[in-house]
Each structure stands twice: as C-alpha cells, then as structure tokens.
Design a protein around this ligand. Structure first.
Ligand SMILES: NC(=O)c1ccc[n+]([C@@H]2O[C@H](COP(=O)([O-])OP(=O)(O)OC[C@H]3O[C@@H](n4cnc5c(N)ncnc54)[C@H](O)[C@@H]3O)[C@@H](O)[C@H]2O)c1
Length: 352
C-alpha cells in the first residue's frame, strides 16, 4: 500500500516552489512564473505536469544544463511569423515571452505564430494556450519532447509525447480546452506511478522494449510509450515535430535531451499560434456558437455505464474548483523529493 498523498493549500505550495527556485539562482519573476505554471497544472488535476517536475528543473539548473537567467532572443519577425531562440532558457520564461509576441502579432495581423527553438520543458501546454484564450484569442500550442515513443510498428523511440493543445474563449459555457499528449497518456503519468510506488499502470499506456503492451510500471519505464490510437498518434506527433522542430530549425527526434538526463540541454522546440476571432466573426457571435456546439455535444444521451457526456476541459475545470477549496494532494514520492530539495537548499517545507 503506497503512503497517502500530502494535502497542501495551493498558495503555500506555490510559495514553497518559488523559494526553491530562488534558492538555485532563478530571478524572482521567473521563479514565480514557473511555480504558478506547475501549481496551475496540479490545480487542474494534471499532476504529471505539476510539482512532480520541479525536482528535475532544480537539478537541471544546479547541474548547469539549463540557463536560469536568459530571456532568449528574437531571431526574426516577418509579417505574422516570429522565430525565437530560447538560448536554453527556462521553458516557462521563454514560453511566456513567445505567447506575448503571438498575442501582440495576432492583434495587429489577425494571426500570430511564434516558433521557438533551443527552449526547455514548459510544463502543461494548457497554461500557454489559456493565456492566449484569456486575451480573447484562440490559442494553439504544440511542442516536441524527448524521444520515448516509437513510430507505429517500430520498437525504438524516435518521437516525443508531443502534446497538442487548443484553448477557445468561452461564452456562457466553460472555455473548451483540449490538451493532450499524442501518446495514450503523458509520460509523466507513468513516472507518477513509479515515484509514488504504484507497480501497475492501466492497459494501453505503454509497451515493453519489444513493443509488446504491458501494465507493469517498471517494464513500461524500461520500454516505450504507446502512440495514441496507433499510427494516427504517430502522425499527430510528427505534425507537432514538423510545426515545432523542423520549422524552427531546432533539435529533432533523438537529438533532444530530456529533463531526467543530466549533462546535456533539452533543446525542445515550441509553437504558439494565436488567432483573432474578430477577423472572422463578431466575437459575441462566435462565443454564442461555441456555447451551442458544446450544448449539442453535452446533450448527447450517455452510453451505457456513463451518466453524462463531457467536452475537453470539463474534467480539469471541475477538479480545479475542488482543489482550490480542499488543497492539492501531492503524491508521497513527489513530496519527499521536494522536501529533500528543501533541506539541501535551506528552504523550509510548508508541511512535514
Ligand atoms: N511539456 C511536454 O513535453 C508535454 C508532453 C506531453 C504531454 N504534456 C502534457 O501532459 C498533460 C496530460 O496529457 P494527457 O494526454 O495525459 O491528458 P488526458 O488524457 O488526461 O486528457 C486529454 C484531454 O482529454 C480531455 N478529456 C478527458 N476526459 C474526457 C472526457 N471524458 N470527455 C471529453 N474530454 C475528456 C481533457 O479535458 C484533455 O483536454 C497535458 O497538459 C499536456 O500538455 C506535456
């Protein structure tokens, strides 16, 4: 039986994460941004992309594998297209700047597309797409990631879990927010099982090293992740790889490092596309049409065994309401890793 989760209020754990980042020399505004982005994922129930990542980010900085200070630089801006060099900066810091550029360009030109190379892990894609949706735009975000996934019918990793995300401003309904790995699940969900002492994972998440499906956590970690829906997932992962890494001139496929490997940079590429709705339809009309579409979906009679039909973003939105009240349940393994980092860096944990 694994140890129980530790329940921590979002504000306390954000402050703790911020101080840990400060302690390894991250400038305060960047520390705050990284902490907020991770806790936002936990609040939404996306624990694979929450505080579980922080011990790896800290190590990356302590080892000198990631530059905690740089803001990166614009390489070129032509019309609605901007190419950015992340200069191995913190993924969240680079993404924040790139999102701001995409929003600025979309306001001026209708579309703003920013592609960044030489960046680092940016957490959950939703945090960045939501920033664009909060500005009243449709936000689309993708990135490539460390090669952990074989292309369909292969048995060596060549692709990342390359997420695809789209956030749409809401009307009366909650904003539609699709944020998905192009594998059955994000790799972090299997690492979460490992870190928190769960020996089994659900079927179809992963394969062994020979490409045979497995539910054993250790075998999965020594093996391969399952592309989402077979060759269609491989195709979607390639799409993200092309729009991020091929287009940016950045590292592709096996050229990437990873947050769990020391001694080399991650070199991930990211794509941020902002679309100004008003260039197509009055915004009020678009929002009303989104409400209508969502209601058409949600009034579908539920299939046997289900009580309702949901749309993308619903499970996370509900979880966020709950966790804002009750606190964030942090897995015991993740909490131990954070407390150990705190002891090493002289930062006191809010709960012990
Ligand atoms: N930074 C990286 O390198 C990287 C790589 C891969 C994934 N990720 C992140 O991992 C996170 C988790 O990805 P995932 O694929 O495991 O997520 P998931 O499978 O839990 O959810 C995927 C999507 O499905 C929707 N959904 C879930 N249940 C639903 C239902 N019953 N009806 C309708 N829609 C439903 C969710 O709202 C979500 O938008 C994402 O935030 C993603 O950005 C990041």
């Amino acid at each position: 039986m694994p140890d129980p989760d530790i329940l921590v209020p979002a504000a306390d754990v954000t402050a703790f994460a911020t101080r840990l980042l400060d302690a390894v020399g991250v400038p305060p505004t960047k520390s705050q941004l990284v902490a907020e982005s991770l806790v936002a994922a936990n609040l939404r129930g996306v624990d694979s992309h929450g505080l579980q990542l922080l011990p790896y980010y800290l190590e990356q900085i302590e080892w000198g594998d990631m530059d905690a200070i740089t803001d990166g630089r614009v390489i070129s801006e032509i019309g609605s297209c901007l190419l950015y060099d992340g200069q191995n900066g913190i993924g969240q810091a680079i993404s924040d700047i790139c999102c701001a550029h995409a929003i600025r360009i979309a306001a001026a030109s209708g579309l703003g597309m920013v592609v960044a190379r030489e960046s680092n892990h940016f957490g959950a894609a939703a945090f960045w797409a939501q920033k664009m949706a909060d500005a009243g735009l449709i936000g689309i975000v993708m990135c490539n990631a460390s090669a952990l996934v074989p292309p369909w019918q292969g048995k060596e990793p060549r692709l990342g879990t390359n997420p695809i995300c789209m956030a749409v401003p809401g009307g009366e309904e909650h904003p539609w927010l699709l944020d998905m790995a192009t594998t059955t699940v994000a790799a972090g969900k299997i690492f979460k099982a490992k870190i928190n002492g769960q020996p089994q994972i659900p079927p179809n998440w992963a394969m062994d090293a020979e490409g045979v499906p497995t539910t054993d956590t250790e075998t999965a970690l020594a093996g391969l992740l399952m592309p989402l829906g077979g060759y269609k997932g491989s195709g979607l992962a390639m799409m993200a790889e092309i729009l991020c890494a091929v287009l940016s001139g950045g590292a592709m496929s096996t050229e990437l490092g990873g947050i769990r490997f020391r001694g080399k940079p991650v070199r991930v590429s990211q794509m941020f596309l902002a679309i100004d709705i008003a260039r197509f339809l009055p915004v009020a009309e678009f929002r009303a049409r989104m409400d209508r579409l969502i209601r058409i979906m949600k009034t579908t009679p539920p299939a046997k065994g289900y009580s309702e039909v949901l749309v993308a973003g619903d499970p996370e939105w509900r979880m966020e309401q709950e966790r804002r009240k009750s606190g964030i349940p942090v897995g015991p393994g993740t909490w131990k890793a954070l407390c150990e980092a705190g002891e090493r860096l002289g930062v006191r944990a809010p709960v012990r």
